[in-house]
Design a protein around this ligand. Structure first.
Ligand SMILES: [Zn+2]
Length: 495
């Protein structure tokens, strides 16, 4: 990655994301006038590509933050990092071995892995590049993308390791998929739209059937009584219907409190400048307090029968069921000679153009393509040293950046992060930083980007000192926790 001055101009010329939607709408409207009555129907079937604009994080409670923080396994992180800490210039054996490590690890975790291979001319001859794409649930139309590059920079002595650039980000993704494997697999199952049910374990044998039926009858009677009493007091029929029988009233109320939609989040509607509030939406977002309580607490509770174990209630999120997590390990980020538009970002340029050209769903009439499946493109780069400071680089994704600002402060107040002088996520904008990195080809095509790269770059950047000795594992641990928090919040994981 590099910083160039002219990129400020190109950033201004980029197509904003609303344009992409507006174009689609125009296209749909044209189709509508030509194609007749079924256009409305077609558009309503394609709401998945607009869902990202209304999407909100679930908000994590303190208890959930503790759960996410406790999923720590730095030993596993080091195990994932070690095979990547080698020179891995495109076309070398080290490069192939690192790619194999990424592919094998993601395969072993049950993700769907694709290798996007292509040839391209470079200043040092024709090279074969391979992007590695791992998807948690390939059936889901929408993707939260976490991306980093896995190639290393070519240097004459062949000693450049690139521990921060970007071995650590790659290992962070592998580690996240491993330590969160249970909640993630639960989420990917939920994407299959499991029906909400009250399961009753069948523990009695056939000869007791009649006796059991009698008992159940009495139980249902009791349940009806409790429910009707309860309904009179509170009107939350959706949740109540799913509560198990055998609950005492007090227990039910406690569960409902847990499930209740409560507080605010950073995505609340801006009240406008007239009411004495800040004039622009952005500075209003700044003033909001942390997303302390869950906006929506969807999940699974185990409760609460006569013997304490017979019933299980599942609340399955239906709104987010079309969303999943996808990792992109990008190849050929580094320039072979001098950074330029043609000698850099080989993998990202190829992939963005390729995805844009592929219709999704295939043969759809409204013009949506694979790029529309990207809810948010989170790019991690140059991570691993202690001197890391992020800024808010893109106004469009400010609400998501602000959530990370909030979560870092909360985790720190709860003393769950490694001690440090300043915050990692600075509560400040840096909108025209002009950083050239793998996000550029996607950003130019209207994909919302969140760039997690320190400013200034680490001192070891593009030096042979960018090796394991430069790493600070305490900071990496904090970054891992923050990434997990973000993923859990974005995907509405059940913790
Ligand atoms: Zn680099």
């Amino acid at each position: 990655m590099s910083v160039v001055v002219h990129s400020v101009r190109s950033a201004a010329a980029m197509v904003p994301r609303w344009m992409c939607v507006a174009l689609l709408y125009t296209f749909t409207a044209v189709l509508g006038s030509a194609g007749g009555h079924d256009s409305q129907d077609k558009r309503s079937k394609a709401v998945w590509y607009r869902a990202k604009f209304d999407h909100e994080g679930s908000g994590l409670s303190n208890e959930q933050l503790r759960t996410v923080a406790a999923m720590e396994d730095m030993q596993h992180f080091r195990k994932m990092l070690a095979p990547i800490l080698v020179p891995r210039v495109v076309g070398t054996e080290g490069h192939t071995r690192v790619r194999q490590h990424l592919v094998n690890t993601m395969n072993s975790l049950g993700w769907t892995v694709e290798e996007d291979r292509f040839d391209s001319n470079t200043p040092v001859g024709r090279k074969t590049f391979t992007n590695v794409i791992a998807t948690l649930n390939p059936d889901a139309p929408r993707h939260l993308i976490l991306a980093c590059h896995y190639d290393s920079k070519l240097d004459r002595e062949g000693e450049f390791i690139g521990a921060t650039d970007s071995a650590v980000p790659c290992a962070m993704l592998l580690n996240l998929a491993f330590v969160m494997r249970e909640v993630l697999s639960q989420h990917s199952k939920m994407c299959l739209k499991t029906v909400t049910k009250v399961n009753r374990r069948r523990t009695m044998k056939a000869k007791f059937k009649r006796r059991r039926r009698r008992k159940l009858k009495a139980k249902f009677k009791r349940r009806r009584k409790i429910n009707s009493e309860f309904k009179r007091k509170k009107k939350k029929p959706d949740v109540q219907r799913n509560l198990p029988s055998g609950c005492t009233k007090a227990k039910k109320e406690m569960l409902l409190r847990k499930l209740r939609i409560t507080s605010r989040s950073v995505n609340e509607t801006w009240p406008g400048g007239d009411g004495g509030g800040p004039r622009d939406r952005h500075s209003w977002l700044r003033q909001l307090s942390y997303p302390f309580q869950p906006l929506r607490q969807l999940g699974r509770i185990k409760c609460c029968s006569d013997n304490g174990s017979q019933y299980e209630v599942s609340f399955i999120p239906s709104v987010q069921s079309d969303l999943t997590l996808r990792f992109i390990f990008i190849d050929g980020e580094e320039a072979f000679r001098l950074w330029s538009d043609t000698d850099s970002l080989y993998g990202a340029r190829h992939m963005a153009a390729n995805l844009e050209a592929r219709a999704y769903p295939t043969n759809n009439a409204i013009g949506t393509n694979e790029l529309h499946r990207m809810d948010l493109f989170v790019l991690l780069d140059l991570l691993g040293t202690a001197d890391v400071k992020f800024f808010n680089y893109f106004e469009e994704t400010s609400p998501w950046y602000m959530r990370l600002v909030s979560y870092e402060r909360r985790l720190r107040e709860m003393q769950l992060l490694h001690a440090r002088k300043n915050y990692i996520f600075q509560n400040r904008d840096l909108f025209h930083a002009g950083i050239q990195d793998d996000h550029i080809p996607f950003l130019k095509r209207g994909v919302p980007v969140l760039h997690l790269i320190p400013m200034p770059f680490p001192k070891v950047w593009h030096k042979n000192t960018d090796r394991e000795e430069a790493l600070h594992y305490g900071t990496i641990e904090s970054l891992n926790k923050l990434m997990r928090t973000f993923v859990a919040d974005y995907l509405h994981l059940v913790l």
